[in-house]
Design a protein around this ligand. Structure first.
Ligand code: PMP
Length: 397
């Protein structure tokens, strides 16, 4: 029956599982690791789980759109209590199977109901799953320039030109903060210019916010772009994930929301979100949403969580500093490495070429994606010297 089924492509981070060398470093995976290279369960999460256990909760089904207090608190975190649609009770929202599920629900909803276009523009490059998510949602995927290989920074002129050339009312996907895979974000002034172009061209902004808190600060800074767009009067779509900022990866806690004109429109939109979701998976998982909601709704836990997210972000920043110093000062590695320090969030686009990443895997047991992206969170005091020395050797050839 399945003789015509072709084998899918192999795992992109080849050889990783088989390699048992002591020096092995895995910088391919986008999950936070602590200073000892171990997965990290936040204290605030452990405390929330204790509170939940003590309340002896049932395991009933959630509604199709999930735990209502959770979605309310999730949107509050992103939009802020002072945002107009939050105050007006005009944000249509649903719990989702983490960020991926939020993007997929959003893609499916826009594919079905956005009346003006079926075209979505993604930054080039973008998270590898964006293209299949939106293609499988029935949208046509196109790209806008984002990353400049020469400067290892934002191609802002290219970005503006491409958005200006896009057909009016197209959908445009924006990474809210800590762009994956490049670690390059627009400045505040650049966000304002992007907002102006989006307005002028009547584009529909869809924000992917998978790293709130991982760039530089939970609300004021990492929510800046989302809040700016909303305050500028844009209607937006938003995908949120609590995988990274609460370390809830496998719990699949996320939310999708759309700002609406008023409460009546919001209710209509939510009724259709339910119709999109019901045949996909009926209703979302309980536990992660309960954990996230417990943290978001209790001031002492929220404060502890905020400090823990900052702790993760700060450890990553300290690894950036140290890697930069090792590469430039200790090993005098040829080339410009300032981007290691200036890039934002969990990832760094190192500028290493595909042959260099291949040789690092084969000769040094160091694994990253073939585009030269590393997860800074995979580096720690025990492996960073070896990593810098190996990179330097591979660059010197
Ligand atoms: N968007 C981006 C940009 C991401 O990097 C990720 C995770 N790698 C996601 C969305 C979705 O992650 P999750 O489904 O685990 O929340």
């Amino acid at each position: 029956t399945w003789t015509n089924v072709p084998a899918g492509p192999p795992d992109p981070i080849l050889g990783l599982q088989a390699d048992q060398d002591q020096r092995k470093i895995n910088l391919g995976v986008g999950a936070y690791r602590d200073g000892d290279g171990k997965p990290y369960v936040l204290n605030s999460v452990k405390k929330a789980e204790e509170i939940l256990r003590a309340s002896n909760p049932d395991k009933e089904y959630l509604p199709i759109t999930g735990l209502p207090e959770f979605t309310k608190n999730a949107t509050k975190l992103a939009y802020g209590v002072d945002s107009a649609p939050f105050k007006a009770n005009a944000i249509a929202s649903t719990q989702s199977i983490s960020g991926t599920g939020a993007l997929r629900i959003g893609g499916a909803f826009l594919g079905r109901f956005y009346p003006h276009s079926k075209v979505i523009y993604l930054p080039v490059p973008s998270w590898g799953n964006h293209t299949p998510i939106f293609r499988d949602s029935g949208l046509e995927v196109r790209g806008y320039r984002y990353f400049d290989k020469k400067t290892v920074g934002l191609d802002f002129e290219g970005l503006k030109e491409d958005l200006q050339k896009a057909p009016e009312r197209s959908i445009v996907l924006l990474h809210a903060c800590a762009h994956n895979p490049t670690g390059v974000d627009p400045t505040r002034a650049q966000w304002k210019e992007i907002s102006d172009i989006v307005k002028e061209k009547k584009l529909f902004p869809f924000f992917d916010m998978a790293y709130q808190g991982f760039a530089s600060g939970l609300t004021d800074r990492d929510a800046f772009a989302v809040r700016l767009f909303v305050s500028e009067g844009h209607q937006i779509a938003l995908a949120q994930s609590f995988a990274k900022n609460m370390g809830l990866y496998g719990e699949r806690a996320g939310a999708f929301s759309l700002t609406s004109a008023d409460t009546e429109e919001k209710s209509r939109v939510e009724s259709q979100l339910k119709i999109v979701i019901r045949p996909m998976y009926s209703n979302p998982p309980l536990h992660g949403a309960r954990i996230a909601n417990t943290i978001l709704s209790r001031p002492e836990l929220y404060a502890e969580w905020e400090a823990e997210v900052k702790g993760m972000a700060d450890r990553i920043i300290s690894m950036r500093e140290r890697l930069y110093n090792e590469l430039t000062k200790t090993h005098k590695t040829p080339g410009e490495w300032g981007h290691i320090k200036s890039q934002i969030g969990m990832f760094s686009f190192t500028g290493l070429t595909a042959p260099q990443t291949k040789s690092l895997a084969e000769r040094a047991h160091i694994y990253m994606t073939a585009d030269g992206r590393i997860s800074m969170a995979g580096l720690n005091g025990n492996n960073i010297d070896y990593f810098a020395e190996s990179v330097s050797r591979s660059v010197k050839g």
